[in-house]
Design a protein around this ligand. Structure first.
Ligand SMILES: [Zn+2]
Length: 272
């Protein structure tokens, strides 16, 4: 009798273990599917992709809140125009590939990532960021956009440098650190456009050590003769080469392009 009970116990514990493994595999499959679904549905370019820009006050300084209060839809129009013009140049026929809307200010700040984050803490942070984005992206009376970009405005008088901006393909969310100054609006827009393309699957095209644009993918005109100075910036390189050792950031999207490699990653073009 006791043997039979022990056998049943063993069978139950084995079943329980199998069940836990099954549930875990199921969760992983759902996560993989949702990432793939997001990736494909945001880059099929057969209907307008909706992108929302959400201002956030980073430091509570008077300059930052004044800046946010004065923001209007006109400040993000340039981002939409840039992406749509470049999409058309790469052969997308949809009239309005993306629509970029300014949303009301979000009071809650996004979770911060540790500077020395390991893989596990990065996964945890990315999960918290996705939950944050879900919580804060549908203000009353407005439909939530598909891609959510939170722009934290820092008072330039107290912050000469701001933390790194990020854009996650998983979860379609980006966090941009910008400067709360009217004169910086157009350069902030360059960073917003860069992070939007990250959410759509584009990779960086610069050397993280030297910040040099990678050749040829990070060059707007890799075939230009002579090669330097480059006149335009590839959006995912973020800087253009003045010469072989000097790299500068563009003032606005007026001198930025989406290069061939990036266009392929976000599926504006297909590999031959
Ligand atoms: Zn980047």
């Amino acid at each position: 009798m006791r043997d039979a009970a022990a056998a049943v116990g063993r069978a139950l514990s084995r079943m329980w273990r199998l069940l836990r493994i099954f549930v875990l595999l199921l969760l992983l499959a759902v996560a993989a599917y949702s990432t793939l679904y997001d990736r494909l549905s945001t880059t099929d370019w057969d209907e307008t992709l909706w992108i929302g820009v959400f201002p956030v006050d980073a430091d509570g300084n008077a300059a930052s809140s004044r800046h946010i209060a004065a923001l209007s839809q006109a400040d993000v129009v340039e981002i939409e125009r840039f992406i749509n013009d470049e999409a058309h140049r790469h052969g997308i026929s949809l009239e309005r590939p993306v629509r970029v809307d300014l949303y009301p200010e979000v009071r809650e700040k996004p979770p911060e990532r540790d500077a020395d984050a390991n893989m596990l803490s990065t996964m945890w942070w990315s999960l918290k960021l996705r939950l944050y984005a879900r919580r804060n992206s549908h203000p009353a009376g407005r439909a939530p956009p598909q891609v959510r970009i939170f722009v934290l405005y820092h008072d330039p008088e107290f912050n000469q440098a701001v933390p790194h901006s990020v854009g996650l393909n998983k979860g379609l969310v980006g966090v941009v650190h910008g400067f709360a100054d009217r004169s910086m609006t157009r350069s902030n827009n360059v960073v917003v456009a860069h992070e939007i393309l990250h959410t759509l699957g584009a990779s960086d095209k610069y050397d993280p050590e030297t910040l040099a644009p990678l050749y040829p993918a990070g060059y707007a005109e890799p075939g230009r003769e002579p090669r330097y100075p480059q006149e335009f910036t590839e959006i995912m390189a973020g800087r253009y080469a003045v010469d072989a050792h000097r790299f500068e950031m563009p003032d606005s999207l007026a001198h930025v392009v989406v290069g061939e490699a990036t266009a392929l990653e976000i599926r504006w073009t297909r590999a031959p």
